[in-house]
Design a protein around this ligand. Sequence first.
Ligand code: ADP
Length: 328
Amino acid sequence: ESPIAASIPAEGSGQDTSLRPKRMAEMVGQRDVIERLQIAISAAQKRVEPLGHILFDGPPGLGKTTFATVIPSEMGTTVQMANGAGLKAPKDLLPYLTNLSENSVLFIDEIHRVPKAVEEYLYTAMEDFRIDIVLGDGVSARTLNYELRPFTLIGATTRAGMLSAPLRDRFQIREHLGWYTRPELCEIVCRNSVKLDLPVDPDSAEVIAERSRSTPRLANNRLLWVRDYAQSKADGNVSAQICRDALDMIGIDPLGLDKQDRGYLDTLMRVFAGGPAGLEAIAHTMNVSSDTLEDEVEPFLLRSELILRTRRGRMATDKAYRHLKRTA
Ligand code: ADP
C-alpha cells in the first residue's frame, strides 16, 4: 500500500472540490487571517525564502485544506497532501520529504494523529531542513544525514490541544479558523450557485446559509442537495420554500442541525435525563466514536448554547429542550 495513496485527506466528500476557492481572493470571510498570511507571503517572497511553517486549527469544514491549497498557488509553488493518520512510521514520511521541491509546501491534515516516532523526524525537517535516518541496528547501525530542500509545512488539526508543545512551537504562524457569519455563508452560496449555473435568489441563499451550521463545507453540501432536489422536483427552479422542503427531507432543521446532532441531544435528554453525562457514555449509547462527536457534533452544539461542558460531563440547556420541544 503506497503511503501517498493512503494519505489522501479523509475528510471532505471530494464532491465539493470544484467549489473550492483556487485563490485567496476567492475566499470569503477570515479577513484577519488572510491579511496576516498575505503579509507573511509577500515578505517571504521578497527574501526569496520559504514561508514559515503554518498551523491551522478549528472545526472541520471551515477552510483549513482550502488555505493549504491557495497559499501555494499564491506563492507559485506546489503542494503535496498527506494525512497524519497515514503517516504510521518514519518511512511513510520519507517519500514526501524527498519529493519536496525548493520552497514548496507539504500539507499534513489531522496532524494531531502523527505518532510520536514520526513527529520526531518532523522536528529536524522543520527546523534545519534535514532528516537523520538510522539504518540497521546494534553495532552496525549508522545514521544517514539527508539534506532537504527548504519547504513550508502546513499542518491542520481539529484538536490544537492534542499537539505536543515541541511540535506546536515549530510553527511560526498559528491561525485559528472560526465560524462563518450568515452573510458570509450567503455569499459563499451565491458565488457557488453561479459556478453551478443554478439561479438562487437571496431568500433561498438565506435559507441555505441559515441551515449550514456556520460551516462553508455544509453550505456547499446543502446547496448541492438543493440543486438535485430542485432539478428532480421543481424543473430546476429554486425558491426559499423549495430549499426548506429539500432540507427538511434530509432531516436538516431550521437551526441547521442534522439527524446526528439531534440524536446527540435526544440521547442526552432521554437516556441521561439531560446530563451531566460523559462523552464516552453518550458515544457508546449512540454507537458512534467519541472523536466524531467531539470533532463534528459538539463544537456547534456548544457554540449554539444547546449543550454545556461541565467538569461532571455534558448537559443539555433549556434552549435544547425548547428546540426539540421537550420539557426537562
Ligand atoms: P477543512 O480542511 O477545515 O475541513 P476545507 O478547506 O476542506 O475545510 O473546506 C470545505 C469546503 O468549504 C471547501 O471545499 C470550500 O469549497 C469551502 N470553503 C471553506 N472555506 C471557504 C472560504 N473561506 N470561502 C469559500 N469557500 C470556503
